[in-house]
Design a binder for this molecule. Structure first.
Ligand SMILES: C[S@@+](CC[C@H](N)C(=O)[O-])C[C@H]1O[C@@H](n2cnc3c(N)ncnc32)[C@H](O)[C@@H]1O
Length: 322
């Protein structure tokens, strides 16, 4: 082979490998795992399944056998071509391939209606996928999703564990999450460097009453990066105090509450003290909390209901986080 052709072939192959890495293309090859994932999704003949990143169709081939329709969103044009070749002709009419980035595709469009989501996700956009699905939680009943094990562990984490974090709290506000199975590296080609897990994500029916999602997100973002510190210490953080003072001043002016600007920091301090001195919802304290006064508790011990309660305690006293 002439050296120019060899070089071009090598460059082409390297480009392919780079794309493979960039798009998280670790394809499932273990038929038992493929079946278990599709079984877990409980696909019935009247269902439309949305698949994120079908690749060469490992899951898609099973899904089209069982569903009425599969909408598969794939970013890589090479995989789109391969996918078309992989699906048996008799099932082709059930498959709609959308060539695009899942994070950008409008999944609310009338021709995109679906009942559930199944995906061996591209791990490099795991957070984006969860966020987008939660934003459209009203569109589907459940999602069976494979992620890198550490990410999946955080999605299903419980209070009091190391993995209980912002991602867990934000996800579980809007959806129930359940671990389904671990998947060994050996079940993929090429094998990834990490282990994987499959989880079930089931949207909850409604956002808890009296809660603004924007406010919730801001509160959790302020409190959870310091999940090992006590709440009293967290609410003494300068940047957090500054933000609370600014928002309190805004709230006062919106409500026409007469309060002099230089008195606002002291007022905010007194509100924080009042909230911190309370006892956590009686009879609702997690075992292992280090004190029963709010200020002595660390966010990593707080259950969802307790975080909601804490946020409402601030909000009802006029303190907002966004
Ligand atoms: C981990 S592979 C899974 C492939 C196949 N489902 C399987 O299990 O063998 C992830 C797939 O997602 C595709 N992908 C990567 N980023 C994407 C994006 N933003 N939107 C849609 N698909 C994407 C990749 O090209 C790849 O085909």
């Amino acid at each position: 082979m002439p050296s120019g052709v060899k070089r071009a072939a090598r460059t082409g192959a390297q480009h392919g490998q780079l794309l493979t890495k960039l798009h998280g293309q670790h394809l499932l090859t273990d038929q038992k795992i493929i079946n278990k994932i599709v079984d877990a999704a409980k696909v019935r003949p009247h269902h439309t399944v949305l698949e994120i990143g079908p690749g060469k169709g490992a899951l898609t081939k099973e899904l089209v056998k069982r569903a009425k329709k599969v909408i598969a969103i794939e970013y890589d044009p090479r995989q789109v071509v391969d996918l078309q070749k992989q699906i048996p002709r008799e099932h082709m009419s059930k498959l709609k391939i959308v060539h695009g980035d899942f994070l950008k595709v409008d999944i609310t469009a009338p021709d995109m209606k679906f009942d559930m989501v199944v995906s061996n996700c591209p791990y490099n956009i795991s957070s984006g996928i969860v966020f987008k699905l939660l934003c459209h939680a009203n569109l589907f009943t459940h999602a069976v999703l494979m992620f890198q094990k550490e990410f999946a562990d955080r999605l299903v984490a419980q209070p009091g564990t190391e993995d209980w974090c912002r991602l867990a709290v934000n996800t579980q506000l809007l959806a129930d999450t359940r671990h389904l199975m671990k998947v060994s590296r050996k079940c993929f080609s090429p094998p990834p460097k990490v282990e994987s897990s499959v989880i079930m994500l089931t949207p909850k029916n409604a956002v808890p009453p009296g809660i603004s999602l924007v406010e919730w997100e801001a509160f959790v973002t302020d409190v959870f990066p310091n999940k090992g510190k006590t709440l009293s210490r967290i609410f003494k953080t300068k940047s957090l105090l500054k933000n609370m003072v600014k928002n309190y001043a805004l709230q006062c002016s919106l409500e026409n509450t007469p309060i002099e600007a230089d008195k606002i920091p002291a007022k905010v301090d007194s509100i924080i003290a009042a909230v911190m001195e309370q006892r956590v919802m009686a009879g609702d304290v997690e075992e292992g909390l280090e004190g029963d006064v709010v200020g002595e508790i660390r966010p990593r011990m707080l259950r969802l209901e307790q975080i909601l309660w804490l946020l409402k305690e601030f909000n009802k006293r006029g303190i907002h986080f966004k």
